[in-house]
Design a protein around this ligand. Structure first.
Ligand SMILES: [Zn+2]
Length: 456
């Protein structure tokens, strides 16, 4: 299949240029200039921006959380992803205690069959011992070169010392480990205190884990990484205080990668007071306008590396488990379909940064760090034909019911988006046309190389 995209604004890593783009089979063969060639399909992209396929660095599909499981599995989650312009998701395969990493990898491989976008896995680990360490080469062989550890959640939580050891070991292998940064002890104490005072509604979820709780975790991570001589990667950064600490670490010469999420750019803590406030119960919680401003400015300044969704969806019936006790609410929200349109509306239309920076934050930098570049993340001859045609002038209202996710709510319900992914090419095939998914189940596993540590 040869597809020719005409009259587009092509978004390269350093500029936007008018031109055409030609795909042949699974690859881009030419990006830029005027192309006239015999093809199977011509797409007129006049007025639209053409990006390398977006990469969502942070999803949780088909994840068991306590006694429940996320509303979206890979079938529904990846349909929503690709409809929103995401051609690759990096989901967190989870090594539960007593399980091998290989068990977790096989389990996730199985879950991800029939995905509608490409997918790779980070390995979230709950143990770090000789057995797990011995599995690292096997993970690398299987294309898993990024890992995750949590400072919270009793079934996953690891100590700072363990994180230090893991970071030190993995840095030598040019693998990286992302950390969920929060102070678990303080959260537990505050939850206990709030519940004893009868403060059990959703808004107290945020009260139980204020900004400094994240900043403390970021600080401990930075110090451990400093001593380990390893890169530090903060997942879902949400606060200006955490950002300030990461900045200080960079100032003393550390290699720091920062991820944030759309929810921390457009949603606010006061939303917990809504009747459906439980849908905003996620960790870290929603913050303030001042935090949004700090994160957006940091994105504009190139201090934040990429934007993932942390899509971890639950229905309102599942969320109701926390009706009388916020701490029993399953944590997470649905966002995988709406990332690009929200970032575009809030940050590009809002005047914080341009389309080039949007391309870096939604695709290129993730491709680089996570071992997929230049196969993905760039419009270049020889790169994979994963492409998004983004219409900057397509105003619409986000509705959970219109999303392809399998969830009856969206934290972005009612959000007025200014643009949207119009067409999506995945592995050389047109899978989304005029915003409609026309070919499902076309996703493939992305075998990733070692990390491309571009801040080293
Ligand atoms: Zn997450």
């Amino acid at each position: 299949m040869r597809i020719l995209i005409k009259n587009a604004f092509l978004v390269f890593e350093d500029r936007v240029a008018r031109g055409d783009l030609l795909c042949d089979g699974r690859k881009i063969v030419q990006a830029g200039g005027v192309i006239d060639a015999a093809v199977d399909k011509v797409i007129d992209a006049a007025g639209c921006y053409v990006f390398p396929g977006f990469i969502d660095t942070h999803t949780h599909f088909d994840l068991e959380v306590g006694s429940t499981v996320t509303a979206d599995d890979f079938v529904t989650g990846t349909k929503a992803a690709v409809a929103g312009g995401t051609t690759t998701v990096l989901d967190f395969a989870t090594q539960e205690r007593g399980m091998t990493m290989m068990d977790a990898f096989r389990k996730w491989e199985n879950k991800a069959k029939n995905s509608s976008c490409n997918y790779g896995f980070h390995m979230a680990v709950s143990e770090w011992n000789e057995e797990r360490i011995a599995e690292v080469p096997l993970m690398i062989e299987n294309g898993v070169t990024s890992f995750k550890m949590y400072m919270v959640y009793d079934n996953m939580r690891l100590s700072d010392g363990v994180m230090y050891e893991a970071m030190k070991y993995l840095a030598k292998e040019d693998c990286i480990i992302g950390i969920h940064c929060e102070n678990d002890d303080i959260i537990k104490a505050r939850v206990k205190e709030l519940k004893a005072a009868g403060k059990t509604s959703s808004r107290y979820h945020a009260v139980s884990r204020p900004n400094v709780v994240e900043a403390d975790g970021v600080g401990r991570l930075m110090d451990a990484a400093y001593l380990a001589g390893a890169p530090a990667w903060v997942v879902h950064l949400s606060t200006r205080e955490g950002l300030a600490i990461a900045r200080q670490a960079r100032e003393r010469g550390q290699e720091v990668y920062l991820e944030s999420c759309p929810q921390y750019l457009v949603l606010e803590e006061c939303m917990y007071d809504a009747p459906d406030g439980a849908k905003f119960v996620m960790s870290p919680p929603l913050r303030s306008k001042a935090d949004q401003e700090a994160l957006l400015s940091a994105m504009a300044a190139g201090e934040i590396d990429w934007i993932g969704t942390d899509h971890c969806s639950f229905t309102m019936a599942q969320k109701a488990a926390g009706r009388d006790d916020f701490s029993k609410t399953p944590n997470g929200g649905a966002g995988v379909q709406n990332r690009a349109e929200i970032v575009y509306t809030r940050a590009v239309k809002g005047g914080y940064f341009d389309m080039v920076q949007m391309g870096r934050l939604l695709s290129t930098q993730a491709a680089r760090l996570f071992g997929m570049y230049p196969r993905k993340g760039v419009l270049r001859a020889g790169s994979d034909a994963d492409i998004v045609i983004f219409d900057p002038d397509a105003p619409h209202t986000i509705r959970a019911a219109a999303n392809l996710h399998n969830c009856d709510n969206s934290p972005y319900e009612g959000y007025e988006a200014a643009g949207r992914a119009r067409d999506v090419i995945l592995n050389g095939e047109l899978v989304v046309e005029n915003g409609k998914l026309i070919a499902a189940g076309k996703g493939e596993y992305v075998h990733r190389e070692r990390c491309g540590r571009y801040r080293q």
